[in-house]
Write a protein that binds this ligand. Structure first.
Ligand code: C2E
Ligand code: CA
Ligand code: CA
Ligand code: CA
Length: 280
C-alpha cells in the first residue's frame, strides 16, 4: 500500500510539474518574445447585422512559441499581468496596429477601425494617452480608426486617473469600447458618469439565446435597449449560430462578432476579407 501511495504521488506531482514547468518556461521566454517577433495579431471581423458588411475588426494576440506552438492569450496574458510584461505587450500591440493601419492606407484599402485589448494594469500606469498619440502621429493614422477595449474591471478602479485617461484618449479621437459587458462587478452608475462609444455584450449572454430562455432573452433585449438609449454602438460577441444572429438582428444590434461569420484569422486572410468587403 505504501508503494502504491508513492506511485500515485509521483503521477500527481508529474502532471503538476508539467503545468508549473510550462508556466515557468513561458514566463522566462516572454521576455524575449517581442524581440524574437514571436507575437502575432489575428483579426476577427465585426460585421454589420443588417448587411453582412465588415465594418471593423478586433485584433487578438497570439504567441508562436518555438516549443509549445500557438499559445492562447488566455494562458499568457494573466502571466504577463503578474510579471508586468503586460506593459511591453500592450505597447507592442498599439504600435503594431498603428503600423498596420498605415500599411493598409498605403495599399489603398478602404480603412476599417481596429479594436485592441488593453489590460486594466496598463490602464493604471501613466503615459498611455501620450503613447497612443505618439504612435498615431508617427504613422500618420487618423485616431478614429483605433478603438480601445477595456473591461468593466478597469472602470471599477475608476479613480480619477482612469477616467482622465479614457477622456484623454477620446479627445484624441480614439474610440472606447466596454468589453465583456454584464460580467463585471461594476454598477450601471459608470454608464452615467462616463460615455464610452461602444458596448460589447459578453458571449455568455449570447450563448443563452434560444426560444425558451425567457430570462436570458429579456436581459439581452434590455442591454440593447439601454445601449440605444445611451447612444452607444452595440457589438454582440461569440455569435455562433443563425438563431442567435436573427434574434440580435431583429433587436437592432449593430455589429456581430463570432464564429458564425469568422474566427479570428491571420493577417493575410483578413486582408482578403477586407477586399471582398462582406461575409455571409
Ligand atoms: P476577449 O477580448 O473577450 O476576446 C474574445 C474572445 O472570444 C477571443 O478569444 C475570441 O477568439 C473568442 N471568440 C470570438 N468569437 C467566438 C465565438 O463565436 N465562439 C467562441 N467560443 N469564442 C469566440 P482569444 O483570442 O483566445 O482571447 C481571449 C482573451 O485574451 C480576450 O478575450 C482578451 O481578454 C485577451 N486578449 C487577447 N488579445 C489580447 C491583447 O492583445 N492584449 C490583452 N491585454 N489581452 C488580450
Ligand atoms: Ca476584447
Ligand atoms: Ca470580450
Ligand atoms: Ca472575455
Amino acid at each position: 500500500a505504501k508503494h502504491q501511495g508513492k506511485n500515485n504521488y509521483q503521477l500527481y506531482s508529474f502532471s503538476r510539474d508539467i503545468s508549473s514547468y510550462k508556466k515557468f518556461v513561458l514566463e522566462k521566454d516572454m521576455r524575449k518574445a517581442i524581440v524574437n517577433e514571436e507575437f502575432e495579431l489575428y483579426f476577427q471581423p465585426q460585421v454589420e447585422a443588417t448587411s453582412g458588411v465588415i465594418r471593423s475588426a478586433e485584433a487578438l494576440i497570439r504567441w508562436n512559441h518555438q516549443e509549445w506552438g500557438l499559445v492562447s492569450p488566455g494562458e499568457f496574458i494573466p502571466l504577463a499581468e503578474e510579471n508586468h510584461l503586460i506593459h511591453h505587450i500592450s505597447d507592442w500591440v498599439i504600435r503594431k496596429v498603428c503600423a498596420q493601419l498605415r500599411e493598409w492606407m498605403d495599399k489603398g484599402y478602404t480603412l476599417r477601425p481596429i479594436a485592441i485589448n488593453i489590460s486594466p494594469i496598463r490602464f493604471l500606469k501613466k503615459g498611455l494617452v501620450d503613447l497612443v498619440k505618439m504612435q498615431l502621429e508617427l504613422f500618420q493614422v487618423p485616431a478614429k480608426y483605433l478603438e480601445i477595449e477595456i473591461t468593466e474591471g478597469s472602470l471599477l478602479k475608476s479613480e480619477k486617473g482612469v477616467l482622465s485617461t479614457l477622456e484623454g484618449l477620446q479627445k484624441l479621437g480614439v474610440k472606447i469600447a466596454i468589453d465583456d459587458f454584464g460580467t463585471g462587478y461594476a454598477s450601471l452608475n459608470y454608464l452615467q458618469e462616463y460615455h464610452a462609444d461602444t458596448l460589447k455584450i459578453d458571449q455568455v449572454f449570447i450563448q443563452n439565446i434560444n426560444h425558451d430562455n425567457k430570462k436570458g432573452n429579456a436581459i439581452i433585449s434590455a442591454i440593447l435597449h439601454l445601449a440605444k438609449g445611451l447612444d452607444m454602438t452595440v457589438v454582440a460577441e461569440g455569435v455562433e449560430d443563425p438563431v442567435q444572429f436573427e434574434f440580435l438582428k431583429q433587436r437592432e444590434c449593430d455589429l456581430i462578432q463570432g464564429y458564425l461569420f469568422s474566427k479570428p484569422v491571420p493577417l493575410e486572410t483578413y486582408e482578403q476579407m477586407m477586399q471582398t468587403g462582406y461575409l455571409k
